[in-house]
Design a protein around this ligand. Structure first.
Ligand SMILES: Cc1cc2nc3c(=O)[nH]c(=O)nc-3n(C[C@H](O)[C@H](O)[C@H](O)COP(=O)(O)O)c2cc1C
Length: 130
């Protein structure tokens, strides 16, 4: 079993880091953690190249994630809530999943990656609102 974990917190020892520690202490198999704030991953710039083919011309660490997505079984998003959303660091990485949306929406192609189980684990503060 292989699990991709996207860490959406900018804080090294914050609440999300604590939750990830708990998670991996109970996780079977291998895992890859991507720290969205420190990874060398640029946001999608909507160049629309992925409307033509299933790839992204931006050569950065996202290419490793695309490769890992071909083989992993689970994807887990772990993020603080920032302004009632996933953090901006997490959304920056998630924007690069546009290559999959383009395949489905514009070319009506089935994705060549196996189906996965997914989970979202959120840390939030405040009064319990959004
Ligand atoms: C910019 C910013 C926006 C936030 N927005 C929300 C929010 O909309 N709702 C909420 O409940 N908490 C919000 N919080 C609180 C964080 O979600 C909370 O402190 C979280 O536990 C931090 O996790 P971390 O230590 O892993 O970064 C916000 C915090 C920051 C810094």
């Amino acid at each position: 079993m292989k699990t991709l974990i996207l860490n959406g917190s900018p804080r090294k020892d914050g609440d999300t880091a604590y939750l990830i520690d708990k998670l991996i202490s109970r996780l079977y198999g291998e895992y890859k953690i991507v720290d969205c704030y420190t990874a060398d991953i640029a946001p999608c710039i909507d160049c629309r190249c992925c409307r033509e083919k299933l790839s992204c011309p931006i050569r950065d660490e996202m290419q490793d994630i695309y490769a890992y997505l071909l083989e992993c079984d689970h994807v887990i998003i772990v993020s603080p809530v920032h302004y009632a959303e996933l953090s901006s660091g997490l959304l920056k990485v998630a924007s690069r999943f546009q290559i999959y949306s383009s395949a489905l929406i514009f070319r009506h192609e089935a994705l060549p990656i196996k189906a996965k189980r997914g989970a979202v684990i959120l840390a939030q503060g405040g009064s319990g609102g959004a």
